[in-house]
Design a binder for this molecule. Structure first.
Ligand code: GTP
Ligand code: MG
Length: 205
């Protein structure tokens, strides 16, 4: 049965210091533009239109906070590696994203979204290596699983894992998702609930 949750939008910011007070555990979705971050937020919350989605990359341009169950924050971030903006704009976005990722104290875990149809891409690998270096905890969530057969999904994930293991000693937790079919929703919510239990930011501890 689907886990029921409540969700509402709180704020959009360009500056992490203006985000809601860091009193609750926070989880954020990051990944390349168009990978499906905003769609996965809508799928998890069963709330079409809560996060703005688009067929064209570069839709989400702010740090968007949603509150879930009055207990934790879910954050929709702009995508990285979006080529069709000026160098200056891209630098601005990157600064906004990295300032948030590296300084948001209640950020409990990041979900790095990867399009399951693609072979490992340098921009994602570089991003995850940076997160390892900076000790920002993250999971991987593969998106758009509905676009492949079960066998293709399996092969694609295996290929990705093997690629990562060429350079890493272990693997992050891996989720397979489809925003279209709500696949992965329950696994992600359960994982977040577990992490909240040990978060120093949880309310009513
Ligand atoms: P930016 O905000 O631009 O960085 O993009 P985003 O990562 O938030 O992607 P968004 O959720 O806006 O989705 C991009 C496109 O992919 C949209 O056309 C979605 O309908 C489509 N999409 C997202 N998730 C899925 C999925 O699980 N399955 C399918 N088939 N399409 C998806
Ligand atoms: Mg988006």
């Amino acid at each position: 049965m689907a886990i029921p949750i409540t969700a509402s939008f709180i704020t959009s910011n360009t500056d992490f210091t203006k985000c809601p007070p860091a009193r609750m555990p926070e989880f954020a979705f990051i990944g390349r533009s168009n990978v499906g971050k905003s769609s996965l937020i809508n799928s998890i919350t069963f709330h079409k239109g809560l996060a703005k989605t688009s067929q064209t990359p570069g839709k989400t341009q702010l740090i968007n906070h949603f509150i879930i169950n009055e207990k934790w924050y879910l954050v929709d971030l702009p995508g990285y590696g979006y080529a069709k903006v000026s160098k200056e704009k891209r630098r601005e976005f990157e600064k906004m994203i990295f300032d948030y990722l590296l300084h948001r104290e209640n950020l409990t875990c990041l979900f790095v979204l990867i399009d399951i149809r693609l072979k490992p891409q340098a921009v994602d690998i570089e991003f995850m290596n940076r997160m390892v270096q900076e000790q920002v905890p993250f999971h991987i969530a593969f998106t758009k699983a509905d676009k492949l057969s079960q066998k293709q999904v399996h092969d694609s994930v295996e290929l990705y894992k093997n690629f990562l293991l060429e350079n890493w000693e272990g693997l992050p937790e891996i989720f397979i998702t489809s925003a279209e079919k709500h696949v992965g929703r329950e696994d992600i919510l359960k994982n977040i609930e577990e992490l909240i239990k040990t978060s120093p930011y949880k309310i009513g501890k």
